[in-house]
Design a protein around this ligand. Sequence first.
Ligand SMILES: CC(C)(COP(=O)(O)OP(=O)(O)OC[C@H]1O[C@@H](n2cnc3c(N)ncnc32)[C@H](O)[C@@H]1OP(=O)(O)O)[C@@H](O)C(=O)NCCC(=O)NCCS
Length: 192
Amino acid sequence: MRTLRTPRLRLVPVTQRNAAELWLVLQQPDLRTYQDLPSVGVAAFEGMVGRRPPRLIEGAAGRFEWLVYMHRSRRALGWVSLRVSAGEPGAAEIGYSVVREFRARRIATEAVSALIDEGFTSAGLSLVRAYCVPENEASRRVLERLGFMRESVLPRGASVSGRPVDVLSYVLAQERWDRNAEIGPIAGVAHS
Ligand SMILES: CC(C)(COP(=O)(O)OP(=O)(O)OC[C@H]1O[C@@H](n2cnc3c(N)ncnc32)[C@H](O)[C@@H]1OP(=O)(O)O)[C@@H](O)C(=O)NCCC(=O)NCCS
């Protein structure tokens, strides 16, 4: 995993060394309204991160995560993740969150865009999937702006705070991403 840079952001790989910083971000308000996040103590979380695969290369499966910072800032304002499936080679699920005070500045859009590029180039992915609950309009907006296509509704496809919820499934194929990049930045998103 490597550090990714965009016009405004720095995406730093999460390893056991900086896992506590991600754990702190995970404790911020509003992040669990629409998604389930690990509810473990910091030491257990560091252990979980330590067991992840270290390198995002073709064929590696598991969870890969980056902390998101503004350039010249040391305060993490969110994270992005890729979960590469062992059962579906070439496919990964993307995840993202931005803390409340930094929202609605297209930070998620910019960070997710950089991670998609990384997935299609370094990890040899051909497909990126995303899931979100229908009520999560900001998340849907991020996905639709980046060119994700809505695939289906998965009734009771996930659980949030122990309750089953319906989930929208989205997909973005590499050809579509590359084609959009050729035409020009997707709706104002600068590819890094
Ligand atoms: C979803 C999330 C990551 C978006 O982060 P963000 O940095 O604010 O996203 P962006 O600014 O790039 O894009 C959000 C878009 O949705 C719009 N938006 C925000 N809240 C909205 C709402 N309630 N209804 C409709 N649109 C909304 C924003 O105006 C923006 O639109 P624009 O691109 O036309 O300007 C952030 O809200 C978040 O972390 N939420 C909690 C965790 C979460 O739900 N993660 C995703 C799980 S699937």
